[in-house]
Write a protein that binds this ligand. Structure first.
Ligand SMILES: C[S@@+](CC[C@H](N)C(=O)[O-])C[C@H]1O[C@@H](n2cnc3c(N)ncnc32)[C@H](O)[C@@H]1O
Length: 225
């Protein structure tokens, strides 16, 4: 319950960056970690961006082997503090804490010194300028191995609704974001899994971002020029 209140408080204080009133469900977390669960590669380097209070982190940790590493990047200091407490107090977090680093700050400011096999991202791209979204995807592609798979989610229907209803600045931005995704998803051979048991239902996208390094450079949204 405390965790739910902390998340909701985080949303009230930083709506644009937290982007949701509650953390993702365990079914959503499982879908986000599906490529990690299926991987036979060892050791694994995993980056999680926007872990919040740790709902997806908990699922990632289940798959983290003795020689694997996990880097968490979280902007919100209250969430970072909460994560640190979980790594001290909860057995399934504590037993893996020597393989985990936490970076407090924006992913745009993160210096990536290793290549990642998987990137699990919960950023609320609907609230970001499209130029920033493109920059983040480019950085992910550069930080990934050739086989790197990125997972991220979108709330089903929100982008479509936002393109048609609401302030014109937001409508135009979401139209631009949709145009960007129309180019991004095919170059990353995107696959989608829908998770209905979540508030609200989400589409989890798997992107083969590592293979698309060069192609992503060529699809910058018009707004970035
Ligand atoms: C929608 S919440 C997801 C939280 C959690 N992963 C979950 O699924 O319940 C988005 C998270 O991304 C974080 N965030 C937003 N912008 C960020 C940025 N530029 N860099 C790092 N984290 C960011 C927010 O603070 C928040 O914790």
């Amino acid at each position: 319950m405390k965790e739910k209140i902390l998340f909701f408080k985080g949303f009230l204080e930083q709506q644009e960056t937290v982007g949701s009133v509650c953390a993702t469900s365990r079914w959503a977390a499982k879908a986000m970690c599906e490529p990690i669960a299926q991987s036979k590669k060892k050791p694994l380097n995993i980056l999680e961006v926007g872990p919040g209070t740790g709902s997806v982190t908990k699922e990632i940790l289940k798959h983290l082997g003795p020689s694997d590493s996990l880097l968490l990047c979280e902007l919100n200091s209250s969430f970072v503090e909460h994560l640190q407490k979980r790594f001290l107090n909860e057995a399934d977090f504590r037993e893996k804490r020597d393989r985990v680093d936490i970076f407090e700050g924006a992913v745009q400011d993160l210096t990536l010194d290793r290549k990642f096999d998987f990137i699990v991202c919960s950023l609320p791209f609907l609230n970001f300028p499209v130029s920033l979204t493109h920059e983040i995807f480019r950085n992910f592609a550069a930080a990934g191995t050739e086989e790197c798979i990125l997972t991220f989610y979108e709330y089903i229907g929100f982008r479509t609704l936002g393109r048609n209803v609401g302030p014109s600045e937001r409508r135009e931005r979401l139209i631009d974001l949709s145009r960007y995704y129309v180019k991004l998803f095919p170059v990353c051979k995107s696959e989608t899994e829908r998770v209905w048991l979540n508030v609200t239902p989400i589409a989890v996208r798997q992107l083969r971002i590592g293979e698309a390094k060069n192609a992503i450079d060529g699809i910058a949204p018009a707004a970035t020029f």
